[in-house]
Design a binder for this molecule. Structure first.
Ligand code: ATP
Length: 355
């Protein structure tokens, strides 16, 4: 706090200060707080963790502008996102909303134009080439939609899983080799495709290839696995099996998983689904399990609109369409909520019901 009022109070030798600097206390409702109260608030604010301090993934006002043929496309327009360690979450949004752009940045494959982004303590904007390589090998694993892009066709499933460990260069001894082979077997078994150990991708179904691809992504024990439409090329039953493998990785290994998806079965099966609209996070659905008085468990989903770091809130389009809100709304601050009304004076909003 800048403490203009506080300084006044000290000068006047009193323990009472105005809420908003000298002279405007009346205009702000005459809030008078004690110096002790202000000191308590300052101390509380200092103790509050900075934005994203506790999160594994933190995106703060992230911007990515592409320039193609002299035309600028703002793929990300100040996107905020926090993901906690151990989360299994989904990102959804219309085509072109910026999901893949975000995932490529988090994967260390692309660099944002502005803003801040960090994953597991790595600053994605300022990493040098060596840190970026280490980041991509050890901190994140990636699964693409196209099954063919995830596995090398001339290696078996097990050899594909061993490869990232070899590239990370952890020892060439016989013991190290044995450990890598054992880990590949263990991961393929855990994801239910142990029987594909010696098969080449061409001898595996699309679902088996994707589950082996998850094992590849997990090989170096990354903090995060990112997946872009991993069930996009699969039928729904196979898609469910693949999603179950992500859940297994999350539950058994504690790996944080972020999945971009158009697949409702996936988006509805995670605890948190964040919707991206026009390059910003717009809303999120959070699910939790409730147990009723008969001990019956049910999943309850609640939708929240996101308030970004600048205080912006995107109203869901179906809400604004229903109330015919086009350009502005009337706001009213109540003690425990904010009322939002169509501005009827300017002719917006549905006519009020007469009954
Ligand atoms: N390399 C690029 N050069 C120019 N424009 C790009 C580039 N990559 C993405 N864009 C543009 O950025 C915007 C966001 O694209 P992005 O691929 O992130 O969307 P998306 O939400 O993943 O879409 P989809 O669901 O169709 O994959 C789009 O307008 C896209 O055309």
């Amino acid at each position: 706090m800048s403490g203009e009022g506080g300084e006044d109070a000290v000068r006047q030798g009193t323990d009472e200060v105005t809420g908003g600097g000298s002279g405007d206390a009346g205009a702000r409702g005459g809030a008078v707080r004690s110096l002790a109260e202000l000191e308590r608030q300052v101390a509380e604010r200092r103790q509050r963790p900075a934005y994203g301090e506790d999160a594994l993934i933190s995106c703060d006002r992230l911007v990515r502008i592409f320039t193609a043929d002299g035309v600028e496309v703002q793929a990300l327009q100040g996107l905020d996102l926090l993901v906690n360690k151990g989360e299994l979450m989904a990102l959804v949004g219309a085509s072109g909303s910026g999901k893949s752009t975000l995932l490529n940045i988090l994967a260390g494959l692309d660099v944002p134009t502005a803003g801040a982004a960090s994953v597991g303590g790595y600053d994605l904007l300022s990493m040098d080439a060596a840190s970026r390589l280490r980041y991509r090998r050890e901190v994140v694993g990636f699964v693409w939609q196209q099954t063919a892009r995830n596995l090398l066709p001339y290696l078996t499933a097990a050899q594909n899983v061993v490869l990232p460990m070899q590239l990370a260069g952890r020892g060439g001894s016989f013991r190290a080799k044995r450990q890598r082979a054992a880990r590949a077997t263990e991961l393929l078994d855990m994801l239910g495709v142990g029987y594909c150990h010696d098969r080449h991708p061409g001898q595996m179904s699309g679902g088996e290839q994707q589950r082996a691809a998850i094992a590849v992504a997990l090989a170096n024990n990354p903090s995060v696995v990112l997946a872009d439409e991993p069930t996009g090329e699969l039928d729904s039953a196979t898609g469910e099996q693949v999603f179950a493998s992500f859940r297994t990785a999350n539950e058994e290994l504690g790996t944080t998983v972020v999945v971009v998806t158009h697949d409702h079965a996936v988006a509805d099966a995670v605890r948190r689904t964040v919707a991206i609209r026009d390059g910003r996070t717009a809303s999120e659905v959070v699910r939790h399990t409730e147990v009723d008085e008969h001990g019956q468990e049910s999943v309850v989903a609640r939708e929240y609109a996101t308030v970004d770091r600048a205080g912006r809130l995107q109203l869901p389009r179906d809400y604004t369409d229903t109330l015919e809100i086009r350009s502005r709304v009337l706001l009213e601050l109540e003690t425990d909520h904010i009322g939002v009304w169509p501005d009827r004076r300017s002719g917006e909003g549905k006519a009020e019901r007469q009954d």
